[in-house]
Design a protein around this ligand. Sequence first.
Ligand code: PLP
Length: 451
Amino acid sequence: MTILPNSLHARDVAYQFHPYTNARRHERIGPMVIDRGSGVYVYDDQGREYIEALAGLWSVAVGFGEQRLVDAATRQMARLPYYHTFSHKSHEPSIELAEKLVKMSPDGLDHVFFTNSGSEANDTVVKLAWYYNNALDRPQKKKFIARNGGYHGITVVAGSLTGLQVNQRGFDLPLPFVRHVTCPHHYRYAEAGESEEAFADRLAAELEATILAEGPDTVAAFIGEPVMGAGGVLVPPRTYWQKVQEVCRRYDVLVVADEVINGFGRLGTLFACETFDIKPDLLVVSKQITSSYQPLAAVLFSDAVYQAIADQTERLGNFGHGFTASGHPVATAVGLENLAIIEERGLVANAAKVGARLQAGLATFADHPLVGEVRGIGLIGAVELVADKATKAKFDPPGKVGLYLFERAQEHGLIVRAIADTIAFCPPLIITEAQIDEVLARFGRALDDTQ
Ligand code: PLP
């Protein structure tokens, strides 16, 4: 397209350096400027309509243009637009949301620390685990085990937990306190003839061997997304989490569930921990907590972790960690209203019901010559494209076909996410069955264009 001088497009290229963007390509093609949104739809500055089948970035549970969230933000802005939560200060929305999160989350999570982003929440997880082990006089117990393909954010620490090359190449990451173990994606990493169950056994054994090789007294925690999102929507074998937790408990390694994408209904359960029977020591949430109308994330953690840390604050004077906007009143007020909407409108049940239609619809693409695997659970799914169905060979170079399909989808009025050659779907939880059918139809047309 031609980029007119002084247009929004030209000024974007001139001034804004974008996350996750090839800067030179951006200079050539310019931005797609999204102007407004309503329900599951967004509209660009040319007035074109798109179904947002990734809910923004896996976030906008209640859809775009939800007036109740606008009103909640406006009320809080007028009453107390900002206050902090340092040094014993507090305010009502942060207190109410902390209580709400503890009451709605899986048993055994009793305390909440607020941050602005999922990355900051995972940095906080690392610092809580380190502080905890210092409190218990175990200064060596500091390493984290994460998984290849996992995504935990992009700050220096969270980006080290992340197991994706794109977040580490060029940044001198990961930091040396992290070990990555095998991604629990059966299609790619199982051995020939290995069942899901046997694959899960092998990965649990690998985790145990890693802990033993490092020395159990040096390993603080294991962190994982119950269902990986940014790595390509990877659903682990049913028994994987059970087995991994048993290993962690054996060596007094904390279990951290990163539910930044999974939390608040995405899998058709309120939390993925319910789906996989995970009993985490720490739980990370963000995104759907406010439908991303405001930046907010939280770390929930057990009383055992809290008690040790609280004692340490007495010894060290205070807990020297926190953000200017931790528990921001407008963000937490919006979070409360958003969670109320999720409950009142039965959006978790909707995700289960409509999600079944999404999964069934995606499954119909499995026979397509370009499709290697179709996968998903609840309202999150993916279609992985391959160069050769029989050998599962990836395209060379990776990502080119995925990008091509992604662009065709946009031409058909559908926004998805291309993760290399995997196309991800994660629509707002309010989506209807008819709208799912439309997502599938538009995707089908884009896939046809890609043959
Ligand atoms: N953890 C998971 C599972 C995520 O998917 C993300 C973001 O997509 C993050 C952490 C990082 O969150 P943020 O982008 O808010 O820093």
